[in-house]
Design a protein. Structure first.
Length: 283
């Protein structure tokens, strides 16, 4: 067994995924009788995976460790995508994950800070574990929020998306952004199941925000790679921006996130207006 298993999360994840499938979806006959429980039954998952119902039940109850072949089969039976399959293996302890609950603070390399300074018209920031905001350039502060005015413990992207009124107001598609943050945060939690600060962050957001608590319970997972966002900025106007997350060579848990717009587009012009307006606010 490699890595740290998280049997409670494994069971909840399996239950959440089977609840989304119907017999017809997986090729089983549908009797037409209304079901008391949403989705597939445990015995149906066990049948499709060619394992005993008792074995599968013990997996969901956290009383049994799953082998890699069984996990492979369950991923296929439950129609998991690549991200969900990787997460399944992580929480089952079949990949190397962080072992210590106390991890050293991440330090942004000097060359990465210099790179931020060399992007005068491009919003950019460095995100660490838990999507903590570790560094940013003036354009990122002008576009989103002045991170220097936020206490360090709250410089966390998901926290700001859910709890900061400015961040909420500028995201035109706030729910889509917030759901994505939850899915990416859960993937981070799967990589580092013993991270005490992660547990504290999730616990606080769950207590303070009903949406976060509900979406965290969906057990969705996603990687922090890239996408697009629509913002409504008080100075730059409406912006449609693409973002990319580039992994740091020295620390795979640290990413440089860069926001760009298509050259010649109104959003590109908006970023130039923002660049001429913003004042230095980098860290």
């Amino acid at each position: 067994m490699s890595g740290d298993a998280h049997p409670g999360e494994l069971g909840e994840f399996l239950k959440a995924r089977r609840a989304e499938l119907s017999p017809r979806t997986v090729g089983l006959p549908d009797s037409g009788v209304k079901r008391r429980v949403k989705g597939l039954r445990r015995e149906e998952v066990a049948l499709l995976a060619s394992i005993s119902t008792d074995y599968y039940t013990r997996l969901e109850q956290g009383r049994r460790q799953a082998s890699a072949p069984v996990l492979d089969t369950l991923a296929r039976v439950l129609h998991l995508d690549d991200e969900e399959r990787a997460y399944l293996f992580e929480i089952a302890g079949r990949t190397v994950a962080g072992r210590s609950g106390r991890r050293p603070a991440q330090q942004v390399p000097p060359q990465l800070r210099r790179l931020l300074d060399e992007l005068p018209t491009t919003p950019a920031m460095v995100l660490g574990r838990r999507m903590d905001v570790l560094a940013w350039n003036p354009m990122a502060a002008a576009l989103l929020v002045d991170f220097s005015r936020i206490p360090e413990r709250y410089r966390n992207y998901p926290w700001l998306v859910f709890r900061d009124p400015v961040m909420k107001s500028i995201h035109v598609e706030w729910e889509q952004t917030a759901r994505a943050c939850v899915a990416m945060l859960r993937r981070e939690a799967g990589r580092h199941p013993q991270d005490q600060r992660m547990a504290q962050l999730v616990g606080e957001l769950s207590m303070l925000d009903d949406d976060f608590r509900s979406w965290w319970g969906d057990h969705r997972v996603a990687s922090h790679r890239g996408g697009s966002k629509v913002l409504r900025h008080p100075v730059a106007g409406d912006l449609t921006l693409d973002w990319e997350a580039l992994a740091c060579t020295d620390d795979p848990d640290m990413k440089l996130v860069v926001w760009t717009a298509e050259p010649g587009s109104p959003s590109h012009d908006g970023l130039r207006i923002l660049a001429s307006w913003q004042q230095p606010a980098a860290r």
